[in-house]
Design a protein around this ligand. Structure first.
Ligand code: SAH
Length: 420
């Protein structure tokens, strides 16, 4: 049979009686699929699998423990026959044909009046594939399509707005490389009607959005807030209440010094459904981009992430406790002085990574005593992550005399942003 000769359609079987003849693994699979679609399933088979019997015991389907008879077809809309005995399957199919009931015959693909496709379901999208009578080929295609849907590689976006309100997703986009967003974040981005974007984060992904997706820029730079936080909150809620799927695409992780908590709370207070998708925080990943692990056996057992000198009095001042400063460039001198004041040796290594993962990435390494002057001399600017502690020694960018023989083997991650 040629593929042109099939007519794909979607049966709505909710509450309709259907028949499955057979009690083995194929019959079980088909019965489950029919149950998922809400059909009223009767299984006819002298012997049924444990799962089928369990479903019958739970009252989810009816099992007739006996041989098939023609009257089983009375009143059914659709039949699956998979008895494993082709004479029986042929009989069921012939009886169904006579009564003009669509029948899938598992033992004779060519003769079968209807075929069961391989199916993928992602969100509210169901894809059915028939692949030239080759079920494994159909399954391989189905798996590939499902993966592409899940990762947001295929356009899952709705074009008909739902009647009800929209939603907000706070998506952590990672530090800037478009490969460091989560699969879930990328998929939600692909479904967004409106994207509220920061200056930091995977900006390249904005170029891949469909042309009618609205991008609202609310990017902040330290000390300069083009769109105040309260207004960002309002934009999220207003857009969602208009029925839009809103993605708030944030740099790093929404909950790490990113005011994601406030945004989520404001949405909930205003009756807007909100999902938070964690991201790769710059606090950990940007040091890694310079080959610096925030903890390392023998060098540091823990780390603290803070913004500047005010919080530093609370932080352990020891070279084996890594301190990560975000938004810390402007106050670097005060922060270094505060840590030295708490007793951290002036020789403690400090690394500054600007524009982590971006083509302009730059690493400056010094000590607690020298770093402020070095940063000033080379004009260190935001965005930058500052790392303080012995872990900086393992960076391949560290000067030779910082290195300890044991720890100098780590290679940095190369910036991976595509340039186009
Ligand atoms: N929620 C974010 C942090 C927001 S605060 C996260 O989890 O990463 C903004 C600060 O993050 C910047 O001032 C800088 O310190 C840091 N930052 C974010 N992306 C960066 C990058 N690509 N390179 C260097 N620093 C970065």
């Amino acid at each position: 049979m040629a593929i042109q000769d099939i007519y794909p359609t979607a049966l709505r079987l909710l509450g309709r009686p259907v028949l499955v003849v057979g009690g083995g693994p194929v019959a079980q699979r088909r019965a489950k699929g029919l149950l998922d679609a809400g059909a009223k399933v009767t299984v006819v088979a002298p012997v049924a699998s444990e799962t089928l019997r369990g479903l019958a015991d739970a009252g989810l389907l009816t099992w007739e423990p006996r041989e098939y008879r023609t009257s089983d077809l009375d009143g059914v809309w659709f039949v699956q026959t998979a008895t494993g005995t082709s004479a029986v399957d042929t009989q069921v199919a012939a009886d169904a044909e006579a009564q003009r009931i669509w029948c899938v015959n598992a033992s004779d693909h060519e003769a079968s009046a209807a075929w069961t496709p391989a199916v993928a379901v992602v969100d509210d999208v169901k894809i059915a594939i028939n692949a030239g009578g080759d079920p494994r080929r159909a399954m391989a295609l189905r798996n590939a399509v499902a993966t592409a849907l899940e990762t947001g590689d295929l356009p899952l976006r709705r074009h008909r707005k739902p009647g009800a309100g929209g939603s907000v997703a706070l998506v952590g986009g990672g530090p800037g490389d478009s490969g460091l967003i989560t699969v879930r974040g990328r998929r939600l981005l692909g479904q967004a009607d409106v994207v509220v974007a920061d200056r930091l984060g995977p900006r390249e992904l904005l170029k891949e959005l469909a042309p009618d997706v609205r991008v609202i820029e609310v990017g902040k730079t330290p000390g300069h807030h083009p769109v105040p936080q309260l207004e960002i909150n309002r934009i999220l809620v207003d857009e969602a209440l208009q029925g839009n799927r809103v993605v708030r695409l944030k740099g790093g992780d929404p909950y790490v010094l990113g005011r994601g908590g406030e945004e989520a709370e404001f949405c909930r207070q205003n009756g807007v459904e909100v999902e938070v998708v964690s991201g790769v925080t710059s606090a950990i990943s940007v040091p890694a981009a310079a080959g610096i692990p925030v903890t390392h056996r023998g060098l540091a057992k823990g780390f603290s992430v803070v913004t500047g000198h005010e919080e530093l009095s609370e932080v352990p001042a020891r070279p084996d406790h890594t301190v990560v400063l975000l938004m810390g460039v402007a106050q670097l001198r005060e922060s270094a002085a505060a840590l030295a004041g708490s007793g951290l040796p002036l020789g403690t290594p400090v690394g500054i990574v600007e524009n982590g993962y971006l083509p302009e990435q730059r690493v400056t390494i010094g000590t607690l005593g020298t770093i402020a002057d070095q940063a000033e001399a080379v004009g260190v600017a935001n965005p930058a992550v500052i790392v303080i502690g012995d872990v900086v020694r393992v960076s391949p960018f560290a000067p030779q005399h910082f290195k300890t023989a044991d720890y100098s083997t780590i290679t940095p991650n190369r910036p991976r942003v595509r340039s186009n």
